[in-house]
Design a protein around this ligand. Structure first.
Ligand code: GRF
Length: 193
């Protein structure tokens, strides 16, 4: 299965997905990175792994529809079957959603529906919850809504700093995303056969 990863930042999840694909732990190849930030570190990671990049700046377009149309054309040109959002800091609009209905997934660093939106780890930390975690879900038009595919809890100890929590969450993400992608791919393959 050909997948495209969308990311705006460091890309540690991108890296774990690429490595899982290279090591044949998942039945997929990462055939495109879509990135909306010109200086994101994820671009360097893509370069190291020779992964094609579609990079754009939203401000160069008059609307979301305009840049999403270009993204869709690029995805179709490369026969992309599944879109994996990994720290893509934008809401997906109707143009992409319509074209890839049920084939866009996202990872969020909390146990949704708790703490949606920006800085979920900071929100959980401030709320002093004892358990937070990671959620992977299908994407719809909402912010971190859509049917949940997988969740894993992470315990927050009283002595943990926000950075400690971040590290724990990230290490869960790097395991959970590849295994969940494999699960979604198996379902996609079953539905076409
Ligand atoms: C992850 O914590 C993910 O859950 C959230 O954005 C972060 C991306 O981190 N959606 P990275 O760029 O993959 O390191």
């Amino acid at each position: 299965v050909k997948i495209a990863v969308f990311a705006s930042g460091s890309g540690s999840n991108f890296q774990s997905i690429v490595e899982s694909a290279e090591q044949k732990k998942i039945d997929a190849s990462v055939d495109l990175l879509v990135c909306d930030k010109k200086d994101a570190y994820v671009l360097t990671r893509a370069d190291k792994h020779c992964i094609p990049v579609f990079s754009f700046s939203a401000k160069d377009y008059s609307s979301k529809e305009m840049f999403e149309k270009e993204i869709v054309a690029e995805l179709q040109r490369r026969d992309i079957e599944l879109i994996v959002l990994a720290g893509y800091m934008r809401l997906v609009g109707p143009t992409l959603l319509r074209e890839y209905e049920g084939r866009i997934i996202n990872i969020h660093p909390s146990l949704l529906p708790a703490f949606p939106g920006l800085d979920a780890i900071g929100q959980a930390f401030t709320a002093q919850v004892k358990i937070s975690g990671v959620t992977i879900h299908f994407v719809d038009e909402g912010m971190d809504t859509g049917p949940i595919i997988a969740q894993e809890p992470v315990r927050i100890e009283e002595t943990d700093t926000k950075e400690d929590v971040q590290k724990k969450i990230q290490s869960v993400e790097h395991q959970l995303y590849p295994t969940t992608i494999q699960h979604v791919i198996s379902q996609l393959q079953r539905s076409v056969n």
